[in-house]
Design a protein around this ligand. Structure first.
Ligand SMILES: Nc1ncnc2c1ncn2[C@@H]1O[C@H](COP(=O)(O)OP(=O)(O)OP(=O)(O)O)[C@@H](O)[C@H]1O
Length: 346
């Protein structure tokens, strides 16, 4: 199907694959799962939606999928408003649900054909075997779905979400219960789709996965967006590094040389190391190494540790929890959001 152009040069394609404004969801019973989330997913991006259990990720995705109704706010998928152009919006998105929902009596081939029929894909344009090959299920094309393993079912759901060739693919916890080898295969395929222009949004509990795969990351906590930016920008917010210097001479924390104390160094006598927690924006590593030399020590080896997404995730969710009722970050401007505690309510 060529209805959707993925080219970055195509001026008819929207700049935003998904755009949510002030999205709220209050479930029957009064639970507010989304407190006014505004979020943009640029076309062509590989976008991670991260958050602890119960943060509201599935609620967000289920609204996109049309499985639940939003309470208020608006969402556009591929520039098509979900209220005004529901059918067009749905055609633009493929969703891989969290639950492994498959009819056990259909084979993968039948499941894909049925789905293609549901989306009105003409027989000549169906890519059933191509999709099954892509997800490594071509040899299972005619086995009953009930005989497939959890990982195979997951991959079949990915293929199913792609039958109408949507420009936006959303995967809700796609690798839960999938072993490492299959996970790698799944990601290879998702990367290929993304390289070919498909915008990919995924929710995951594996921070490492988001860090390795995604160029943009949003963090949602208790129904509020607490961060949303390019991965490098988010990680640079941490501005903290650790330098560990192994020295040739014996050292002791009881005899901390003044040049090292000035930088808040810590000494591990057993490992013969001096370590520093520092802000790269304020303190160049060279100054720390100079302090080691000034203390009369010889540098034998150095290692540094960069903060990772897990550090950021923990810090932001803790800050948001400590603030109690943090304001929502409007992540639609494309810039770096302000710190959670000082941002303005959307
Ligand atoms: N049908 C429902 N009725 C009432 N409350 C619900 C319903 N579905 C979800 N919730 C509540 O809404 C909040 C957000 O849930 P949601 O499933 O969106 O979170 P999540 O981030 O996807 O979590 P997980 O990572 O565990 O899937 C939770 O407090 C959850 O208990």
């Amino acid at each position: 199907m060529s209805a959707f152009s993925r080219s970055t040069r195509d001026e008819t394609a929207p700049d935003l694959a998904i755009s949510a404004r002030d999205l709220r969801k209050v479930y029957a019973g009064g639970k507010t799962a989304l407190h006014g989330v505004s979020l943009d997913v640029p076309r062509g991006s590989m976008f991670a939606l991260l958050g602890p259990n119960g943060a509201g990720k599935s609620t967000f995705i289920n609204i996109l999928a049309g499985l639940i109704h939003k309470t208020s706010g608006s969402v556009a998928i591929w520039g098509r408003d979900l209220d005004r152009r529901q059918r067009d919006a749905r055609l633009a998105i493929g969703i891989v649900p969290q639950e492994l929902v498959l009819d056990p009596f259909f084979t993968p081939r039948e499941a894909l054909e049925l789905q293609a029929g549901f989306y009105g894909v003409p027989k000549a344009e169906r890519r059933t075997m191509e999709l099954l090959r892509a997800v490594g299920l071509d040899d299972k094309a005619d086995s009953y779905a009930r005989t497939l393993s959890g990982g195979m079912r997951r991959r079949l759901l990915v293929a199913k979400a792609m039958v109408h060739n949507p420009p936006v693919l959303v995967l809700d916890e796609p690798t839960a219960g999938v072993d490492i080898e299959l996970r790698r295969k799944l990601w290879d395929y998702v990367r290929e789709l993304n390289a070919a222009g498909t915008t990919v949004v995924l929710t995951t509990h594996y921070l490492e996965e988001a860090e390795q795969l995604c160029d943009r990351i949003a963090i949602i906590n208790r129904g509020r967006l607490i961060a949303c930016d390019r991965r490098e920008v988010l990680l640079s917010q941490l501005d903290a590094k650790e330098l560990v210097v192994r020295v040739a001479e014996p050292v002791s924390p009881e005899r901390m040389p003044a040049p090292l104390a000035a930088f808040g160094a810590m000494i591990d006598a057993e490992a013969s190391t001096v370590s520093f927690q520092f802000r790269p924006s304020e303190t160049p590593v060279g100054r720390l190494l100079a302090a080691v030399t000034a203390a009369g020590l010889t540098v034998a080896d150095i290692t540094t540790r960069e903060p990772d997404l897990e550090d950021l995730f923990l810090r932001l969710t803790r800050e948001a929890d400590a603030a109690g009722d943090p304001a929502t970050i409007d992540a639609t401007s494309g810039g770096t959001p302000p710190a959670p505690s000082s941002s303005a309510a959307a």
